[in-house]
Design a protein around this ligand. Structure first.
Ligand SMILES: *Cc1c(COP(=O)(O)O)cnc(C)c1O
Length: 714
């Protein structure tokens, strides 16, 4: 057999996203051409297009990459063929019928812009951990060829959205072929004809992700654009995307011969999926609707991800009839029956159709994404089970976590490799594994953190320069940017979607106090902001505008900066480099939050409202809490109090601790907190632990049991 050339090896590696969570492989791609790598948004397919085998051979020799490429390739093959994973041992009952993980967005890598925020990144991290653990799982989503928007801030500080059409040929997507060798096309009927979609397959390590795409000739012009944008369009677009995701998604799996053992719906977006499974069961197994519903629900797992009302899709009866009417007739339940499945009170004609309610009624197992969110969700949805007390509402919780190899800086990983047990990364869910962090000397941990922080600041200045060039700023102004952001200053990061409940401008309630804190010459503080508001969210955009304007005020120049176009790449730099990660949502609206967990891994400290994951993570010394977890019926009162508490904890705890230095200029107490944060939080808030919890608590029971108590509404 002819030897595989390094060109072939790199091409093969680039076709599976596994490379993206291997720092060694990522650095190979970067070193081939650092400048192009960054210009091509870290897309190895585009990079390799610029090299024929001979040219690559020369380049690899120049950079001495051969043995590293061979080594990476061998590791990849071992990974793909390994048969001694956690899943082989613990998830055997799932056997050859995988769990199907449905989500409207997947945040896997910056080159694949089919995510908007936390839900997507969580889904991406879930697939990666499932792959690492060897869980039989497949993902199902939509391919948005324009994706989520790119953010540009105009002269007035207002957000503008830009969309670029991405050619699927530039991504590691493969057309899915049917048994006949022809590309699979699935269709979903509406009252006014069918919508067709092709199916792409994306390899995420060992886990395949199937993405439906309506941009094909068979569709009308309107339907070709149906899956163009994530969270774009109106209610009609939304329901059409959702029948494609749910009903189309199940059909796509059937077309490739996958009959999932477990259906895991993330948010209500995919809640039409069980209806299609019920239809198939009725047709193929001759079940009645009631029996098919019961059995389908038994294998269903539903994760609700937000208590914010706008996060729960609602449709009126007309939209439901147009898009789900034909299916409802096949199911023999007709309009009233289908509407009843989406209403808390099936008989109430004034209630609109809610996708979350549909998901609850068609899956027996439901969970929230943190302990507190569980409490809130049980209260929020108690009317679905009026005969039960609040504690008995059948919604549990599995707290979110982050995928360690994706979010851990390579330099930190080197430290971990030295002090944690061998192959620690295969056992990140075990508390004992993380104890070794205490073996690091304060100096080496601090040095590593400083170097990551410097990298963030250099990167931030580069982004600011690019922004300034786009605005056509003068050379003098651009020069001045190089003096922005002081490596010695306490650096606070805040980056997330600009949903108003996240209160990005909370720290700016009292500008004079903020100015005093920031401008203290002996103990300076600086803030880096980033984040996108949803295109239709003018309130979120107004908050964003306020921050941009503050960053332009002379008194905050160079100390408050806003970096445009938040994405996974920017997130990675931020979470790896900040001293402090600020999170101040209006409790209890942050279901979990995950960005702070990424910071933990890299030695940053969280400064957060006791909401979401932080409410169960904070132990008094592994970060900082804003307030004591109180809420108030009056939102303004709550905001004012939280704003005061934030300033207080900065003034009295965070800043003094950071600047409390020993004779070597080391903040010993601070470093102790960094270690405590890693030791007490790393093992709990990572995606391996999360996926193992899902497997043990939901997938295995859902796969095995048909006889448990029903929680589906009578
Ligand atoms: C992690 C992450 C999020 C989620 O952040 P939250 O803390 O849940 O607000 C959003 N966007 C990106 C790009 C991320 O990496």
């Amino acid at each position: 057999m002819p030897q595989t050339t390094i060109h072939e090896k790199l091409c093969e590696l680039s076709q599976n996203l596994w490379w993206s969570w291997q720092p060694e492989v990522t650095s190979i791609f970067r070193e081939i051409d650092p400048k192009r790598w960054s210009e091509l948004s870290h897309n190895p397919l585009l990079l390799l297009r610029e090299y024929d085998p001979d040219k690559l051979e020369v380049r690899a020799r120049e950079e001495v990459l051969h043995s590293r490429i061979n080594w990476a390739y061998r590791r990849w093959q071992e990974y793909m063929h390994s048969h001694s994973t956690w899943g082989d041992v613990h998830a055997g009952v799932l056997g050859h019928r995988p769990a199907a993980y449905f989500s409207a967005e997947f945040g896997l890598h910056e080159s694949l812009r089919i995510y908007s925020g936390g839900l997507g990144v969580l889904a991406g991290d879930h697939l990666k951990s499932a792959s690492d653990l060897g869980i039989p799982l497949v993902g199902v989503g939509l391919f948005y060829h324009e994706g989520y928007f790119s953010q540009v801030i105009d002269e007035t500080g207002w957000q503008r959205e830009e969309y670029t059409d991405v050619d699927p040929g530039t991504l590691p997507l493969k057309r899915v072929l049917g048994a006949d060798g022809e590309p699979v096309i699935i269709s979903v009927e509406t009252r006014h004809g069918s919508i067709f979609a092709r199916v792409w397959k994306l390899a995420v390590g060992r886990v395949p992700l199937y993405l439906l795409d309506t941009n094909i000739k068979r569709n009308s012009e309107e339907d070709r654009k149906l899956t163009a944008r994530l969270y774009g369009g109106d209610q009609r677009t939304r329901i059409r995307q959702e029948i494609m995701l749910g009903i189309g998604g199940v059909r796509a799996l059937a077309a490739v011969g996958i009959n999932p053992r477990v259906l895991h719906m993330n948010e209500g977006h995919s809640a039409f999926a069980p209806l299609e499974i019920i239809r198939m069961r009725m047709k193929h197994d001759g079940l009645s609707f009631d029996d098919a519903l019961r059995e389908t629900a038994a294998s269903g797992v539903f994760t609700t991800h937000t208590p914010v009302p706008a996060g729960h899709d609602r449709f009126d009866g007309g939209l439901i009839d147009e898009h789900v009417g034909p299916l409802a007739e096949e199911l023999g339940i007709y309009h009233d029956g289908i509407m009843g499945l989406g209403r808390v009170d099936p008989q109430n004609p004034n209630e609109s159709f809610c996708m979350t309610v549909l998901a609850f009624k068609t899956s027996r197992r439901a969970n929230a994404v943190s302990n507190l969110h569980g409490v809130v969700s049980r209260r929020m949805w108690r009317s679905l089970w009026p005969w039960r007390s609040e504690e008995e509402i059948p919604i549990g919780h599995i707290t979110n976590g982050v995928h360690v190899p994706t979010w851990l800086a390579a330099q930190m990983r080197v430290l971990y490799d030295r002090v944690l047990p061998q192959k620690w990364y295969l056992r990140t869910g075990e508390a004992d594994v993380w104890k070794g962090i205490d073996k690091l000397t304060p100096g080496e941990l601090w040095e590593t953190h400083q170097s990551l922080k410097n990298r963030l600041l250099v990167y931030s200045r580069r982004r600011l320069t690019q922004q300034a060039e786009r605005y056509g700023r003068s050379a003098k102004e651009i020069d001045r940017l190089q003096t922005f952001l002081d490596p010695q200053a306490l650096t606070i990061g805040f980056a997330r979607r600009f949903a108003p409940y996240k209160r990005a401008d909370l720290v700016m309630r009292e500008l004079d106090i903020l100015e005093k804190l920031i401008s203290d010459v002996t103990r300076p503080v600086q803030l880096i902001f980033a984040g996108k508001a949803h295109p239709a969210d003018d309130h979120g955009k107004a908050i964003l505008q306020r921050i941009v304007k503050m960053s332009h005020e002379p008194r905050f120049h160079g100390k408050i900066v806003f970096l445009e176009d938040y994405d996974i790449n920017l997130a990675r730099h931020l979470v790896q480099g900040v001293d402090v990660w600020l999170n101040n949502p209006r409790r209890p609206l942050e279901a979990s939050g995950t960005s702070g967990q990424k910071v933990v891994l890299n030695g940053g400290l969280n400064l957060s409202i006791l909401d979401g994951w932080w409410a169960e993570a904070f132990d008094g010394q592994n970060g900082f809490a804003i307030g004591t977890g109180q809420t108030h019926a009056n939102q303004d009162v709550q905001d004012a109090r939280d704003g005061d508490d934030l300033i207080k904890v900065l003034e009295n705890e965070v800043i003094p601790l950071y600047y409390d230095r020993d004779h070597d200029d080391l903040p010993q107490e601070w470093i102790r907190r960094m270690k405590r944060s890693v030791r007490t939080l790393g093992w709990r808030f990572n995606a391996d632990r999360q996926v193992m919890d899902y497997v043990r608590e939901t997938y295995i029971p859902a796969a095995g049991s048909l006889s448990c108590e029903m929680v589906v509404m009578p």
